[in-house]
Ligand binder design. Structure first.
Ligand SMILES: [Zn+2]
Length: 325
């Protein structure tokens, strides 16, 4: 950067080319401060139905005091235009039959499948950054939280700066359970970036498809506090009471297919004990109860599905094991 200039640019970039020859593009916002400083990369909507991240970045754009910025912020509000247009989590087979979930293939491959190409283009921005905030939202009713790699203290500090009440550590590599490997979690942007030594977090800003004011506000304040923590903006990050828990890969899942009625009075964010009733899956025609779901551990209930039509194996609830309060 030239001295004493502060700029915002919005650049349209090509992520990949579709079979028809149409370019798949997105917009990358770059904010350069007058003073030197670190680079923050943030993106939203890899999973296109997770639109609270996109709304968070729009409001962050409005509120960012560019005149106070030292360093660079790179923001991508729609990282995956394909899933955004489909209001979906993954892409249909026609677009990427090999890697339907974009958040399993980082750092991508410019000669690979469509999602791999898209990730490879964005990775050129990611790899230049000093910190990563990859904005997501959960699919069921979810308590907002921030995920970081367990044992990675720089990522933990970034998560603490973002400031949600609940921080969830996730075990990786050799420490991770079999499910982490089976589900390809090593290919998450957060995990791949942390592997390169870039502190990296995933805020999960409540559930999807709806703009939720509280979750968006938490996202904007979180990004501004991350900027203060990194020295991109002046000011201190306030001290907070945060609970550290380990996320729950082996969630409580439905034993049968039917309608799931959550236990009345249960709210995400509350402490529950092992054996707490979570709800009932029942046969909608005969009313026969198929599964009386209970918590398989004591901890914080951070997700409880409200999408009542479930098939066997669907996630009903997630309970995080408390590590530090
Ligand atoms: Zn997501």
């Amino acid at each position: 950067m030239n001295a004493n200039t502060r700029t915002h640019t919005a650049e349209e970039v090509t992520l990949a080319t579709l079979p028809s020859g149409v370019d798949l593009t997105t917009t990358i916002h770059t904010y350069d401060g007058a003073e030197d400083g670190p680079t923050l990369y943030t993106q939203a909507a890899q999973h296109g139905r997770e639109i609270n991240g996109t709304e968070t970045l729009r409001r962050f754009h409005e509120r960012l005091p560019l005149e106070e910025l030292s360093g660079t912020i790179v923001a991508v509000p729609v990282a995956n235009p394909l899933t955004f247009d489909l209001v979906s989590y993954i892409t249909p087979e026609e677009f990427d039959s090999v890697n339907p979930n974009m958040n399993r293939i980082w750092p991508g491959d410019e000669d690979g499948s469509l999602h791999q190409q898209m990730a490879a283009r964005l990775w050129t921005e990611v790899s230049r950054a000093d910190a990563i905030v990859d904005l997501h939202t959960g699919s069921p009713d979810m308590y907002p939280h921030v995920v970081y790699r367990e044992g990675d203290e720089r990522s933990r500090a970034l998560a603490e700066a973002f400031g949600a009440d609940l921080l969830l550590s996730e075990q990786a590599d050799d420490e991770a359970p079999e499910e982490w490997h089976r589900r390809g979690f090593a290919g998450k942007l957060r995990v791949a970036a942390a592997e390169e030594g870039i502190p990296s977090v995933t805020p999960e800003l409540a559930h999807n498809k709806q703009i939720l004011e509280d979750a968006v506000e938490e996202g904007v304040e979180g990004l501004l506090d991350v900027c203060r923590y990194l020295g991109l903006l002046p000011g201190d990050v306030p001290a907070r009471d945060q609970t550290i828990a380990r996320n729950h890969l082996g969630q409580v899942t439905a034993d049968g297919s039917g309608l799931f009625r959550p236990e009345p009075g249960l709210e995400v964010g509350q402490d529950i004990t092992e054996g707490t009733p979570l709800g009932t899956v029942y046969e909608p025609r005969t009313y026969e109860p198929l599964h009386e779901a209970v918590a398989d551990r004591s901890g914080i209930l951070y997700a409880l599905t409200r999408e009542a039509t479930v098939t066997a194996g669907d996630q009903l609830a997630s309970v995080a094991l408390v590590r530090e309060e």
